[in-house]
Design a protein around this ligand. Structure first.
Ligand code: FRU
Length: 488
């Protein structure tokens, strides 16, 4: 090749790179202007006060939960242009304390690919993102999923890797191959990716890399025995109290009695993992993590030896009353995980007490009496499990959703009835006989005892919250108003 040809190739590839970057910068700027303008049209009536919500448009699963240079970062599946799911972007929020959050510019915009779920790791001062590129095709199977990477030096501005994809396809024939969760052990990076086997059973696949760019398939960490669904989404794999936890969101588990009543589930398998032969040996069967109506697609991160978790406060195929208001979707409260035997317990992160403002009421709540709040509250309820307990939660206006929280003595069950749609599960308190109930504009989260049973449910009361004691016994309640910690 003569020198002139080499010169032309270099110049044109330089220009292509420059043009692409310029196009990216312009697209990002236009999107931020659009979001700022569109925000003015939001009807704030249902906007949650202390949960993460999108500035405008649609939000589903959390992505890339990470602590980086003094701040927690949470990304999320985001479609700014409608309040229904659409071509996926990565929205972005940051916080110093897991309580007070602010919006950041959209981190990833779709190109030829949609930016499906993934995770982020702090690689010695550079944030490395691995996400699923979901690409539509005209021929069967009509889409393809591969793994892409992006990087950021400042944690705000993200650049897609030029030689994507870094993992082209799964070892199975199915195109379903998504939601990589990346971590480092020793000097090696690992990632676990959700997939489905050739005979349509959910599976979690393990890959490794010595340079974070070139990845090799290592093993199938676990797969459904036929009863755990056709596809496993949002896998996560981490150590907790000396055991390994495989957290998964399976699609296609069939409802059985009180179990698996949501469209899809999120739960975990506890076991032991050996980094020599990459075998994960389960010690207990799949267990659901949360028993409410709206909990899916989790992300966790570790900081100072604590494992924090967040989930999409929603469920596929559920209606969102806020979607006529210009936004849809939310995240749950941040929780800290612990393992007792082979069971995960979940409590709100300690910093949540920062939200407390004045005490609204303290003392006995007699039978048939009620407490009224504005739009937010935390109730600490001391329970005596020898008799039935029954609380009604609804708005002070006519209509709107209602819920009943009940303790059934004979069956030793916790029941959450949202307007006739019941979730229930046995509760054996480890020690504490306290419930912590968090109410936000259109949500409730109930943590029983040490977090052995948790319900996360979206609910739309009409007017201000009113909690009424319908049970036979007076109950002791301390109730706080909670402040706003997320921008309106
Ligand atoms: C989880 C999920 C992921 C997928 C993304 C699409 O809720 O379904 O599996 O990557 O959302 O938005």
């Amino acid at each position: 090749m003569n020198l002139f040809k080499i010169y032309i190739i270099l110049v044109s590839s330089f220009m292509t790179v420059q043009l692409e970057s310029l196009r990216d910068v312009l697209a990002k700027a236009e999107l931020e202007i659009y979001i700022e303008e569109k925000k003015l049209e939001i009807n704030p009536r249902h906007k949650l006060h202390y949960h993460i919500t999108p500035p405008v448009g649609w939000m589903n699963a959390p992505n890339g939960f990470v602590f980086f240079k003094g701040e927690y970062h949470v990304f999320y599946q985001f479609y700014p242009y409608d309040t229904q799911w659409g071509p996926m972007h990565w929205g972005h929020v940051t916080s110093r304390n897991l309580v007070d959050w602010r919006h950041q510019p959209t981190a990833l915009l779709p190109g030829r690919e949609q930016c499906f779920s993934g995770s982020v790791i702090d690689n010695d001062g550079i944030l490395a993102v691995m996400y699923t590129a979901h690409q539509i095709s005209v021929d069967p199977p009509y889409y393809n999923e591969s793994q892409y990477m992006a990087f950021s030096i400042d944690g705000i501005d993200f650049h897609k890797y030029k030689n994507n994809p870094v993992i082209v396809s799964s070892p199975f024939s199915s195109p379903d191959f998504r939601d990589p969760k990346i971590w480092k052990h020793g000097n090696v990076w690992y990632t676990v990716i959700g997939s489905r086997t050739d005979d349509h059973r959910g599976a979690a696949l393990l890959y490794r890399s010595i340079n974070i760019i070139n990845w090799e398939f290592v093993s199938t960490l676990a797969e459904s025995n036929g009863e755990l669904g056709f596809m496993w989404e949002s896998p996560d794999f981490f150590e907790l109290n000396g055991k390994h936890v495989l957290l998964i969101s399976p699609q296609g588990i069939v409802a059985q009695g009180d179990r698996y009543k949501n469209t899809y589930q999120t739960g975990y398998i506890i076991g032991n993992f050996n980094y020599e032969n990459f075998e994960f040996t389960a010690e207990a069967t799949f267990q659901e993590l949360d028993f409410g109506h709206d909990f899916y697609g989790t992300q966790t991160t570790e900081k100072d030896g604590k494992r924090y978790l967040i989930a999409w406060f929603g469920m596929w195929e559920s209606a969102h009353s806020e979607d006529v208001d210009g936004w849809a979707g939310a995240m749950t409260l941040f929780r800290e995980l612990d393992l007792v035997g082979t069971r995960i317990i979940m409590k709100p992160v300690d910093a949540i007490t920062n939200l407390r403002m004045q005490t609204i009421s303290e003392g006995e709540l007699a039978r048939n009496s009620s407490i009224q709040f504005e739009q937010t509250a935390e109730l600490i309820i001391n329970v005596d499990l020898s008799e039935r307990i029954e609380l009604e939660l609804k708005g002070n206006g006519v209509g709107g959703d209602w819920a009943i929280v009940r303790w059934e003595v004979d069956e030793a069950k916790m029941v959450l009835d949202r307007a006739g749609d019941v979730r229930q599960v046995g509760w054996e308190p480890l020690d504490s006989m306290t419930w912590r109930l968090f109410l936000d504009t259109c949500s409730l989260e109930l943590f029983c005892g040490e977090g052995e049973v948790v319900f996360s449910t979206r609910i739309y009361p009409n007017g201000q919250w009113r909690v009424k004691n319908l049970g036979p016994q007076p109950i002791h309640v301390v109730a706080y108003k909670l402040r706003r910690s997320f921008p309106e």
